[in-house]
Unconditional design. Sequence first.
Length: 109
Amino acid sequence: MNNNEIKNLILEARDGANLGRLADIAVELSGYYATLSEQFGDIEIFRAERWLDIRKDVKSDTVAEKTWLASKEGQEWTKLRIQLKYIEKIISTIKLRLQVARGEAYNQF
């Protein structure tokens, strides 16, 4: 899995894929979401331990948080968090488009 695959799916959904393909895209994105969530969870566990170590060496929680976010793992944590949010939003949008199409098919606006 790489970002290009996810971006290509998002672009395909945005560019007006047919309804069946939209449903397939939502399923594929859900799979990516699950994989990224697992990676995020692993970093989140590491974050708790690392943050406490950082906090021992600095004067405030804010400095500890900024130090964590500046680390390699902190940057990966931020990247995954953002990816998860935009995948979640795209899946939600696809579901809305499918729901609207279903309503239109039954003349229920």
